[in-house]
Write a protein that binds this ligand. Structure first.
Ligand code: GTP
Ligand code: MG
Length: 395
């Protein structure tokens, strides 16, 4: 590629995200010639000409070096006068290095993240847009990234519409209703970013570790839980990050506990392992109560917190149809699609949509609460202040 000297070195680029972590990486561009640099290295799918690119809109497309594609990206221009842009790439180390190398070859000066202007210095973002942006940086799967980018669009349009309604004294009913809906799908939105905590609990030797490995697509010879045909194989709990139907879950494989509330473990270590297993189960969002399909179901908490899983259906297929619970085989994979669907529903993920606003962090929930109250009080000044608050953390 021929490097044109006309791009001033004042145009800078920086990788904002930690190297190799997260499903996406974000490269920020800053300086007067961002648009020129982007015009050379970015081809939007909608073929819009660089002059027509608008700020605070997302452009899907390809980062390329002389027409050779480097990565599929989403670009956001921060302000129309040309001051800044963010390039959202896939999260691999190599891709981020190639993107930075390309920008350097196009005349950008590489900078540290701390040298780049913060959210308050460019075109200001609405509070929920800033909160969604923070969540995008921590998004664990591609599906969550896609959903969050849709949320960014939805909240941006929603805030624009609310600002107009506040300025003109229009009806606020729709905004109340949308905030109610966003609060109703809480905390599924936060779980989409942080992961649904799923404890795998039940008596010894019923196949809990085999199930955890299977759901996390691991083999016990690699890094999964140890599986063995003897009771008491798992002692301390083991956690496996996984994705089910694209949504993140943390599978927590626990030690076998003989029955609810008691265990007949012979030694002190097994008794402690059982105590920890019960503690982990009590703190999880959902408990998979696993049993051998030949054993009767133990008394369970109500769904969606507990799911009765009857394992080893391959050995006793004749019983599968008579089960109150979900018949599966961790060994053959039978029934695991239904189990994944049950977990997706238990996490509330199937209630998240691309078209309706959702809350994605605790601080965003607080923000929605404040705005709701300001709208209830017909306090326009507080509502406007809520909208223009630019800094929301992702905790
Ligand atoms: N046929 C069959 N065997 C299974 C299935 N799931 C697990 N097993 C076997 O059952 C035995 C116990 O499996 P584990 O996964 O170690 O059971 P666990 O519940 O984690 O056991 P503890 O950690 O001791 O509580 C192993 O020999 C597995 O291969 C299944 O669905 N079908
Ligand atoms: Mg085990």
């Amino acid at each position: 590629m021929t490097v044109e000297p006309s791009i001033p070195t004042a145009t800078r680029c920086a990788l904002l995200t930690p190297v190799g972590q997260g499903a996406i990486a974000v490269v920020q561009l800053d300086g007067p010639r961002c648009r020129e640099v982007l015009a050379r290295v970015f081809a939007p799918t909608n073929k819009a000409a660089p002059d027509a690119w608008r700020s605070d809109r997302l452009y899907h497309g390809w980062l390329h070096r002389d027409g050779r594609r480097i990565d599929e990206v989403v670009v956001v221009l921060r302000d129309v006068s040309g001051g800044g842009a963010a390039i959202n790439l896939h999260g691999g180390v190599r891709v981020a290095q190639r993107a930075i190398g390309l920008l350097e070859a196009s005349g950008c000066l590489r900078a540290a993240p701390a040298e780049m202007p913060g959210p308050g210095s460019g075109a200001s973002r609405f509070a929920p847009v800033a909160a969604v942006d923070a969540a995008v940086l921590a998004a664990p799967t591609q599906r969550v990234v896609r959903w969050l980018l849709a949320q960014r669009r939805v909240w941006s349009a929603w805030c624009d519409a609310l600002r107009v309604a506040l300025d003109r004294g229009g009806s606020r009913r729709r905004f109340h209703r949308d905030l109610d809906r966003a609060e109703a799908v809480w905390p599924a939105g936060q779980r989409a970013v942080e992961g649904l905590r799923v404890a795998i609990a039940g008596p010894p030797n019923v196949g809990k570790s085999t199930l955890a490995n299977r759901l996390a697509l691991r083999s016990d010879e690699q890094t999964g839980s140890l599986v063995f045909d003897a009771a008491g194989t798992t002692r301390d709990w083991v956690s496996h990050p996984a994705a089910l139907n694209g949504w993140p879950v943390l599978l927590i494989d626990t030690a076998g506990v003989d029955s609810v509330g008691s265990d007949r473990s012979a030694d002190a270590i097994a008794a402690e392992a059982a105590r920890r297993a019960r503690q982990v189960a009590s703190q999880a969002d959902v408990v998979l109560a696993v049993r051998d399909i030949q054993q009767p179901a133990a008394p369970l908490e109500a769904p969606p917190r507990a799911i009765d899983v009857a394992n080893k259906a391959d050995l006793h297929g004749d019983r599968a149809g008579q089960q109150s619970g979900l018949a599966v085989s961790a060994k053959t994979g039978e029934g695991l699609n239904r189990l994944a669907a049950a977990l997706t529903a238990a996490g509330g993920f199937d209630r998240l949509s691309d078209a309706t606003p959702a809350l994605v962090s605790r601080s965003m929930r607080q923000w929605a609460d404040n705005l709701h109250r300001a709208l209830d009080r017909r306090d326009r000044a507080s509502a406007v202040a809520c909208l223009s608050m630019v800094s929301v953390d992702s905790s």
